[in-house]
Write a protein that binds this ligand. Sequence first.
Ligand code: GCB
Length: 561
Amino acid sequence: MPVPSSYNDITEDGRIRDFIGWAWYDTEFFLSSDWTNKRVVLRIDSAQYNAIVWVNSKQVMTHQGGHIPFQADINQYLTVPSDGPNRLTVAVNNTLTPYTIPPGTIDWPGKDSPIPYPPNYFTQTLQMDSFNYAGIDRHVSLYTTPKSYIDDITVTTNIVDTTGIVNYRVVTVGDIPQGDITVRILNRTGAIVGQGGGSSGTIKIPNANLWWTVNTNNLHQPGYLYTLEVHTGEDVDADVYRLPFGIRTVKVVGRKLLLNNEEFYFKGVGIHNEAEIRGRGLDYAMIVKDFNLMRWVGANSFRTAVFPFSEEWMDQADQQGFLVVDEVPAVGLNSLDNLSNQTLQNHMNAMSELIQRDKNRPSVFLWSVANEPRTDRPESLPYFQTIINFTRSLDPNRLVSFMCNHDFNSDKCVHLVDLIFINRYVGWYSQTGLLDLIQPQLKYDLDQWAETFNKPLVISKYGAGTMPEIHRVPSTVFSEEYQIDFLSRYHRTFDSARGNLTGEFVWCLTDFNTYQSIKRVNGNKKGIFTRERQPKMSAFNLRHRYLTFNNTDYCTKNPYT
Ligand code: GCB
C-alpha cells in the first residue's frame, strides 16, 4: 500500500475496501552515519485509528485515535549504520467501538440467527456519515535533534494600540542552561524585529503587521506571519526551531465576534477532507486545489468537519488567512451510551493532542469538541461540562463550542459554549422539497436562538444533496436547481437576520464518500463542487454572494454595531 494514503480505494477488491481489523505495513531503512550521535525520532502524522509500532521487532509505541501525530525516540532500537537495514513495522486497526472517538459498534448478526450468514460474519456499524477510511494516511518520517533539544514552544499574542505583544514559553529537555536560550522574531522579509532570552518572556513589536483573513476587507493584508526563532546556544550541538505565528486577537463581545477588534462575519465552508482513490490520504495537489476553490468562492473561513486535517493543510490556512473551526473526530456521540467515562477519557486525549498540535496557529480561533452530539438530555450536561472546561483549561486563549443540531428549547449544553453553532436542514431532512417553508421557519428558529442566548450565533451546516447535471424546472430535490433554490432561501433568511447572525458555513465544499445507504447516491452530494472538484451551478451563486458580501457594509447596516 502507498503511504500516505487510505488503503480502501487502492485496489479492486471489495474486501480491502470494507476491511475491518488489523492491517500491517512494513518497510526497511538505513541509518545515516551522521545520525549516530543524535536523538532519532520516528513520527507518524496520522494512522487510522489504533496503531502499534515496532522497530526491528521491538515495540516502540502505541497510539489510539486517528488524524493526529504521535512519535517516539527510537535510538535504543536502531542498529548501527554499518549493520544493514532497520525494519519498521506498523499495525493499524480501524475498528470503532462505543468508546472510541468516533464511536461505532461491531455486531455479529449471524450469532443465534436462523437466517444463514457466513461463519464469523460481523459488521461494523458507523454512527457517522463518512466512509470509514483507514491506513497510514499521512507522512511517516524520521528526524533528528541534538541530544539536548527544544521539546515545545507556546506562543500567544495580544495587541495594544499598534504594538503586537508576543508571549512565548519554551520547554527544553536535557542540559540547556536558561541563559543559553535566545529568541528572535523575524518579519516576513527575514528582518529581526524583536528579541528575548530565557525559557519564557514577552516581546513587543511596534507597528505590528496583524494576521487577517482573506476575502474579508481589502484594506488588510491576509495571512501575515512572523517567525519565532529559538536557539539553545551558539555551538554546533545547539538546537534551533523556527515557528511561524501570527499576531491577532479573537474576542466575543455580546453577540459579536471580533478579529483584531473588528467585527467578523464567517463566509464559511464546511469541508470533509477526502478525495477519490487516496481517501483521506495526504495529497499536496488536492490541498492546493481545495484552497484555490475556497479562495475562488470567496470564503474567509472553514470548518474541519469532522476530524483534524493535516498539518500541511493547516499551514495553508495560516499562510493564506482563513479562520478555522478546528474539530476533534467526536462525530456520532448520539446516544447516552457514548457518553461514558471511558469515552470521555478518549475524548479528552483527542482534545489535548489536537490542542498540542495546533495551539500556535493564528488560523485556529475555536476548538469544536463535537459534531451533533447528544446534548438534548439532562444526563449529557456533566459530560459536556467536563470536556468543555477541560478544553478551556488547556487553551484559555481560544474559544470553545460544539456543532449543535438540537432546538433552542431542547438543548441542555449550549449555554456552556462561547459561540453557538447550529446545523440546520429545513427543506432537506425536514420539510423535504417544501422551499416555501424555509424562510419563515428558519427565521423563526434564528430569532428564537438569538433571544434565548445572548451569544454570537453561527450556522455551521446547511445544504441540500445535489446530483450534478440533473436539471428540473421547477426544481425538485437532488437537482442543481433545487440546491440553488434551497441555498438562496437560506441566504435571504441570513440577510434578514443579520443582526442575530455571525456567519454561515455552507455544507459542503465538495461531495464526499460515505458508507452505503439508501439516503446516499454514491456518497454525500451536498458539495457545491463535485468530488472531482468541478463546480455545480450553486458554486457560482455562492461565489457571487461571498465576493459581493462586504464586511464593512455589513457592519454599517448591522443594528447591533
Ligand atoms: C450533518 C452531519 C454530517 C453529515 C451531514 C449530512 O450535519 O454532521 O456528518 O454528513 O449532516 O450531509 O447529512
